[in-house]
Ligand binder design. Structure first.
Ligand code: SF4
Length: 248
């Protein structure tokens, strides 16, 4: 199966999955909740600091059918895990997420989607975790992109205000999670939020960028930015527990 970078995958019956695993949710409002993760492989963006390049820059994974994923879901439920995180890559590229999420809800799962908010798809979801990508995510002069093709594509696609608004409005359970690289990101975040409605300060999360624990300075300015704006500080529990390790 071709792994996507620009168009949605229309098959509702199968899609490339790079991994499924049990762990705890590492980021956001449901941090610490034991969860089953389904990671779809393929992304329409290429963040400079992407921590899952095996689902974006070099997408890997076998095609999994809807039936196969639901068989695994039944086993997960039988073991007593009621939470599922559908992530990527960009999971909303994949049409299979519509029947998959509906079936998971029917099985009694609480469902989180993790998306960059550039693709709109009507899935079944309890927490839509939206992570709009800032200018600091663009892979300018990245050795993985010598011609600059992805830097241009990424810059064109990374923010889609109409889609962000549609996701916020459709899913009352949502969070807006921003990856903070430098204090210069704050003005861009405030500019994005000013153009959106229907969110509350408690839904806005600021997370220090990095695949290793943040420095004291980095934590300090992110903390101050949250404190002065009423936003949430977002740690990365999985990095603390396991480091930057696949399948956690
Ligand atoms: S949107 Fe997510 S998966 Fe895609 S490149 Fe950025 S961080 Fe990686």
């Amino acid at each position: 199966m071709e792994l996507p970078h620009s168009q949605s995958v229309s098959s509702p019956a199968a899609a490339a999955v790079s991994e499924t695993f049990l762990s705890v949710q590492g980021e956001g409002k449901r941090t610490g909740v034991p969860s089953w993760f389904i990671r779809f492989s393929g992304c329409n963006l290429r963040c400079r600091w992407c921590d899952t390049p095996y689902a974006s820059w070099q997408p890997e994974g076998d095609s999994r059918t809807l039936d196969a994923l639901l068989d695994e879901a039944r086993q997960v439920r039988a073991k007593g895990y009621p939470d599922v995180v559908i992530t990527g890559g960009e999971p909303l590229l994949f049409a299979i997420t519509e029947p998959l999420s509906a079936a998971l809800r029917a099985m009694g799962f609480t469902i989180t989607f993790e998306t960059a908010g550039t693709v709109d798809r009507p899935v079944t979801c309890d927490l839509m975790s939206i992570s709009p990508k800032l200018a600091s995510s663009t892979p300018t002069s990245d050795p993985r992109d010598p011609a600059g093709t992805w830097a241009r594509r990424h810059e064109e696609r990374r923010l889609n205000l109409a889609t962000l608004q549609a996701l916020i409005s459709r899913y009352p359970g949502h969070q807006l999670k921003f990856v903070a690289t430098t204090p210069a990101d704050l003005a861009e975040i405030e500019g994005i939020l000013a153009q959106l409605r229907g969110w509350k300060n408690e839904d806005v999360l600021l997370m220090p960028e990095g695949t290793s624990p943040p420095t004291a300075d980095h934590k300090a300015w992110v903390f101050q930015a949250c404190l002065s704006r009423g936003w949430r500080y977002c740690a990365r529990l999985h990095i603390e527990l396991f480091g930057n390790k696949r399948g956690t």
